[in-house]
Design a protein around this ligand. Structure first.
Ligand code: FAD
Length: 468
């Protein structure tokens, strides 16, 4: 059955880019259709942010139980029922999926379940089970996200090898795992799995894990995870994966001139994600790609080279984060409404949900050096914070980067408990151009881990109270 349809806005993909843009468009009175080939919520809700953080919660709880004696609680024996861990993760995901679906419907957004492909710059065909829709739209937003990058080595497709999607539905926890790739996804899984009692190796090509973060931050996380048993092999290139007769995985990697072999029950490859351009047939709409980013090229208004076609989220490969995808969506909608809004990436918080978390926003020291900005740095350790001691989480620090001339805070990192929420204080500070004195003039509640921010800001004028 073939059906012709018309709308003001067609969005391809219902991840945090596409579905958020659809709701905002509907709120602004734009008649909107969303095309989704899988489940609403995209990678983030179905196989990314949400399922992994459900695992993080289990891992944290299990880790705390293992230390319960210290709090005066005796636990006879604790073990992990991984089938139940998976079930809970699915319950959280399903509830949120239902929520997104009903939000879209309540806002009057029409959802077409099918695969979208361009026929021309104004028309997209949607192939749905038993039906084809020919949708003509005044404006189109491409929000098709990203897909897992494949490692081109022998053995990468063996049954013992997992990726960030298949690891979410493992039937049982392996006793040991080798993680190839020490980026955000790899290190989050390293932290989860080691907390659940799995023996973990991480093999990373670069000279440090979490290389996109400030060196102090990645170094602290690396040390903390090593102290909890994760074995990290940096500057190491994985050459091949084999499966032994008894079903074990053998990862061969090269470090300098030497070749090493790691034997484990499973391997997780987490080397990154790339823009998902499958099925789009962009050439029919004349939409160009960015050679450097290998995603769809967009200007600061989120427009492609075809002005009424926009692209947002991971498919642009600017920054692969759910909240960036959503904000690019707001920006695109405002531009469709004629508001000429530019997308601003200067204050994008980034959280790594290891235990404890690492969070960063704004500029790092290295970026200031590259851009020849005169800066000062202050650091305040978690061990000098009362709440951190109460929580038995005294590792970590807050680090602030200040522009020496304007005295404004231009960058911040936090390693430690509550970093995921505390970083927002610093997003506000950077976004609204606050100085160290502005931050230190605010009353922070006691006892909280966020007092480390007050202390660190005070430290920029050598006025920390709890550190000398
Ligand atoms: P996606 O969420 O990928 O959504 C794209 C949607 O488009 C999908 O639903 C897909 O089915 C659909 N689609 C694709 N092609 C078509 C087509 N032709 N027709 C119809 N539909 C189509 N980010 C964070 O900010 N915080 C985190 O903690 C975090 N954790 C992560 C953990 C993991 C394991 C992974 C893999 C990712 C994580 N991310 C996290 C990244 C985050 O998931 C992505 O940045 C985010 O989902 C990008 O949103 P998007 O809308 O651009 O694309």
């Amino acid at each position: 059955k073939e059906t012709d349809m018309n709308c003001e806005l067609l969005i391809i993909g219902a991840g945090p880019g596409g579905y958020v843009a659809a709701i905002r468009a509907a709120q602004c009175g734009i008649e909107t259709i969303v095309v989704e080939k899988g489940e609403v919520g995209g990678t983030c809700l179905n196989e990314g942010c949400i399922p992994t953080k459900a695992f993080v919660k289990t891992a944290q709880l299990f880790h705390e139980i293992s230390e319960s004696e210290r709090y005066g609680i005796h636990v006879q024996e604790a073990d992990v029922n991984f089938a139940k861990v998976i079930r809970r993760k699915n319950e959280v995901r399903d509830q949120l999926r239902r929520g997104v679906d009903s939000l879209l419907r309540e806002h009057g957004v029409k959802i077409l379940n099918g695969v979208g492909s361009f026929c021309s710059e104004k028309q997209v065909d949607v192939a749905a089970p038993g039906a084809i829709y020919h949708v003509t739209a005044k404006n189109i937003i491409i929000a098709t996200g990203s897909k897992i990058s494949q490692l081109q080595i022998s053995g990468a497709d063996l049954p013992v090898v997992l990726n960030s999607q298949s690891v979410l539905d493992l039937e049982k926890l392996p006793s040991s795992i080798t993680i190839v790739g020490g980026g955000v996804i790899g290190m989050e899984f390293a932290s989860i799995l080691v907390s659940l009692g799995v023996k973990v190796h991480v093999v990373e090509f670069l000279d440090r894990v979490l290389a996109m973060l400030d060196k102090d931050v990645s170094g602290e996380i690396q040390e903390l995870l090593q102290s909890r048993g994760v074995q990290i092999h940096t500057s190491s290139k994985v050459m091949s994966i084999e499966q032994s007769v008894d079903g074990q995985a053998i990862v061969t990697y090269q470090q300098g001139e030497e070749v090493f072999r790691l034997v484990s029950e499973r391997v997780l490859i987490s080397i990154g994600r790339e823009p998902n351009l499958d099925n789009l047939q962009l050439e029919k709409a004349g939409v160009k790609l960015c050679e450097k980013k290998r995603g769809i090229e967009v200007n600061e208004f989120m427009q492609t080279n075809v002005p009424h076609i926009y692209a947002i989220g991971d498919v642009t490969n600017v920054i692969q984060l759910a909240h960036v995808a959503s904000h690019q969506g707001f920006c695109a909608i405002n531009n469709i409404l004629g508001q000429a809004e530019k997308m601003d990436y200067s204050v994008v918080p980034n959280v790594v949900f290891t235990n404890p978390e690492a969070a960063a926003v704004g500029m790092t020291e290295a970026e200031c050096e590259r851009q020849r900005i005169a800066f000062r740095v202050a650091k305040f350790p978690y061990y000098a914070n009362g709440k951190a001691l109460i929580m038995n989480e005294t590792k970590g620090f807050v680090k602030l980067v200040q522009d020496s001339t304007s005295k404004k805070i231009i960058g911040a990192s936090i390693v430690g408990p509550d970093a995921d929420t505390a970083i927002n204080i610093l997003s506000f500070a950077i976004r609204f151009g606050l100085t160290d004195k502005d931050i230190a003039s605010v009353i922070f509640p006691h006892p909280t881990t966020s007092e480390t921010i007050f202390e660190c800001a005070s430290g920029l004028t050598n006025a920390s109270i709890h550190l000398h």
